[in-house]
Design a binder for this molecule. Structure first.
Ligand SMILES: NC(=O)c1ccc[n+]([C@@H]2O[C@H](COP(=O)([O-])OP(=O)(O)OC[C@H]3O[C@@H](n4cnc5c(N)ncnc54)[C@H](O)[C@@H]3O)[C@@H](O)[C@H]2O)c1
Length: 286
């Protein structure tokens, strides 16, 4: 089966090479002539969007989705969807897979209707659609793509991810299947959690420096990684047991924040944490 990867950047390049290492027939399409040339000089198949390509039965879209002024930009995604829509051939049972990071609802409310409108074809009947977020780390792109920890397939309808799952089985790693929207949201849960953890320790690092404890910061963090259940138990905090409770956590956060304020020390993350205990997502008091 011929696989087309649209976008040969960090994600598309690493993912395509992982597929090739398992014997897949991969063709990249990239609007950057230098990227195309670079792949060609390595003996790989790559073309520009305007060049002739044979229709494929599996398309992975790995183009950039930058944020400008707080808004996700879909220009590259729109352009690549428009091109892929003209190539879809129902007799090939094609599957379109978005790998770019996109906001919840983008697949069902925007991408799929866009393909239908541009191609005159219908989801389910003529083509399948999957949202398959990428979790690789940029600095370890090749290694992560060839040994992924987990795959999450968001399916438009149950079964739409069958072909993708079959190919991923060759690469290895557990495969979890969910709705389109759950896969889109999970990618942001993943990224936001990493941001939260980094920001928390940065905030604690700044606090330690203000207290002239910079030299002992790494020791305190290293001990925390062994003493705090939130560090050594991956499932900690993920169950729905309501707001933080118990004898220690709420009272200690309260006391710590009071002490910080009295010392004129700022802790925006901890202040937000305290507020988040009592305000639900819709802003009402609980
Ligand atoms: N870089 C990472 O570590 C990483 C990790 C996980 C997820 N992601 C997400 O994956 C997506 C891709 O990220 P990236 O870092 O690989 O981006 P990138 O900028 O490295 O690569 C995007 C590629 O798409 C090409 N492109 C743009 N428009 C095109 C078009 N119309 N047709 C063909 N090619 C086109 C560009 O020339 C570029 O080579 C983004 O949504 C990003 O948020 C990135």
């Amino acid at each position: 089966m011929k696989i087309e990867i649209v976008g040969a950047g960090v994600v598309g390049s690493a993912f395509g090479r992982a597929l090739i290492s398992q014997g897949a027939d991969v063709q990249w399409v990239d609007s950057n002539p230098d990227r195309v040339q670079s792949l060609r000089t390595q003996g790989l198949h790559a073309t520009l969007p305007g060049e002739n390509t044979n229709p494929s039965s599996l398309y992975f879209l790995c183009v950039q989705t930058p944020t400008i002024g707080g808004e996700q930009q879909r220009t590259a995604l729109r352009e690549s969807l428009a091109r892929v829509a003209t190539l879809l051939r129902p007799e090939l049972s094609p599957t379109v897979v978005i790998r770019s990071t996109i906001l919840p609802g983008t697949s069902r409310d925007w991408a799929i209707p866009y393909i239908e409108q541009a191609s005159g074809l219908r989801r389910n009947e003529h083509f399948k659609f999957v949202y398959y977020p990428e979790f690789l780390r940029e600095k370890h792109a090749a290694a992560d793509a060839s040994a992924p920890r987990i795959h999450l397939l968001g399916e438009c309808e149950p079964g739409h991810g069958d072909v993708v799952a079959k190919i991923l089985a060759d690469i290895g790693g557990p495969i979890v299947r969910v709705s389109l929207e759950a896969a889109e949201l999970q990618k942001y849960i993943h990224n936001n959690f990493n941001t939260l953890k980094i920001s928390f320790f940065n905030e604690m690092r700044r606090l330690a420096a203000r207290l002239n404890l910079a030299a002992e910061t790494e020791t305190m963090f290293s001990v925390t990684s062994q003493s705090a259940e939130g560090m050594w138990n991956p499932a900690y905090g993920t169950r729905d047991w309501g707001p933080v409770s118990g004898n220690c956590l709420p009272k200690d956060l309260d006391a710590f924040l009071g002490w910080m304020r009295s010392c004129d020390l700022a802790s925006p993350l901890l202040e937000g944490l305290a507020a988040s205990q009592f305000i639900d997502f819709f802003g009402s008091e609980t």
